[in-house]
Design a protein around this ligand. Structure first.
Ligand SMILES: [Ca+2]
Ligand SMILES: [Ca+2]
Ligand SMILES: [Ca+2]
Ligand SMILES: [Ca+2]
Length: 333
């Protein structure tokens, strides 16, 4: 017997691990093997003589397509991300484990601020796009563009700071803390430990932050979650790296032979998300079946910048007069 659902009605919890990204690529101005590169390194341009490039010179873009796991298009306020963790494997040995943030000043010798713990953290951010691209059209083969210098890369890492999505590619030059979505951690390691090859770093995303939560909600509604892995490990021009002993973390991409032979995993994304049916009357903010005074009061209590609030009816990130007018226009008492 076949069942035809005439009305979609649900509020379901989904727990899933995506075993590999749909897109994983190195974001570096002179990367000649775009989407099919086996491993990708993260490092900075600071102090290496190449400061015409972004502070965060070598980055990694990851994209996970979700419509097969989670219904899309419900609107951001109809998703609740309970937990989300990204795992990625390091492909080289000798990196120092640092699971906590370092002060941005500690990357510059002339500030007098020292790094207080060994190593440099590896950080996970949201991703944004410029040059007319979005996550879908950029994919893993979009143009960097080749040789672009500061603030020109077409995919870049963002933090949510004071309600704004900020490009953190130059947070040392611009003098602010990067505030990542998560810092890579491994419960088996102690801070300062030297990491072996195939060490797995887990980035437990801070879903309690309303702006990070909102980024994820919009991403699930869109059906594509894009992230950037970055770090500020010092680098030196090719040829000098080994002689001065600098090590930068390298990570397995899904095209890695180690992944092919089962020695390492590609990046994985684990999450639990609750998705609810989109309301047919979005102005009924308290869901009591009618639009009235109680809905106006909710809109007033959310007034101002509001991350993914259901009372932000035109989804412009702010609850203001235009949202209030929408509620009044739907008034049915
Ligand atoms: Ca790839
Ligand atoms: Ca440190
Ligand atoms: Ca109502
Ligand atoms: Ca609004």
């Amino acid at each position: 017997m076949m069942l035809f659902l005439t009305q979609l009605c649900f509020a379901d919890s989904f727990t899933t691990t995506l075993e590999a990204p749909d897109f994983d690529r190195w974001m570096y101005p002179f990367n000649g093997s775009v989407g099919d590169r086996e491993v990708s390194a993260t490092f900075s341009s600071i102090g290496g003589g190449y400061e015409i490039f972004d502070d965060r010179d070598g980055q990694i873009l990851l994209g996970f397509i979700t419509p097969e796991e989670i219904p899309v298009g419900l609107g951001a306020s109809n998703y609740d991300i309970v937990e989300a963790t990204l795992h990625i494997s390091i492909s080289n040995e000798g990196n120092v484990y640092d699971p906590t943030a370092d002060a941005w000043e500690s990357h510059l010798a002339d500030t007098g601020v020292q790094d207080t713990d060994a190593g440099r953290p590896m950080e996970l951010f949201g991703a944004a796009f410029r040059g007319g691209f979005n996550g879908w059209t950029f994919g893993e083969t979009g143009p960097f563009p080749f040789g672009a210098s500061r603030r020109e890369r077409n995919a870049y890492p963002i933090s949510c700071i004071d309600g704004y999505q900020i490009d953190v590619s130059n947070n040392v030059l611009d003098a602010f803390q990067s505030e990542p979505f998560a810092i890579g951690a491994n419960a088996k390691l102690t801070p300062g430990a030297i990491m072996e090859t195939e060490t797995v770093l887990s980035f437990e995303i801070n879903v309690a932050d309303p702006e990070i939560q909102c980024y994820l909600r919009n991403s699930f509604s869109e059906g594509l979650l894009s992230f950037i892995v970055s770090s500020l490990h010092p680098a030196q021009q090719p040829g000098l790296r080994k002689t001065i002993g600098l090590i930068q973390p390298n990570f397995h991409m899904k095209e890695s032979l180690a992944v092919y032979f089962g020695i390492a995993d590609a990046a994985q994304l684990h999450f639990t998300v609750i998705a609810e049916e989109a309301s047919t009357v979005p102005e009924d903010l308290d869901g009591d079946g009618s639009v009235g005074v109680s809905d106006i009061l909710i809109a007033l209590s959310d007034w101002g910048f509001c991350s993914c609030c259901s009372s932000d009816l035109n989804a412009d990130g702010e609850v203001n007069v235009s949202d209030l007018l929408s509620v009044i226009a739907a008034w049915d008492l």
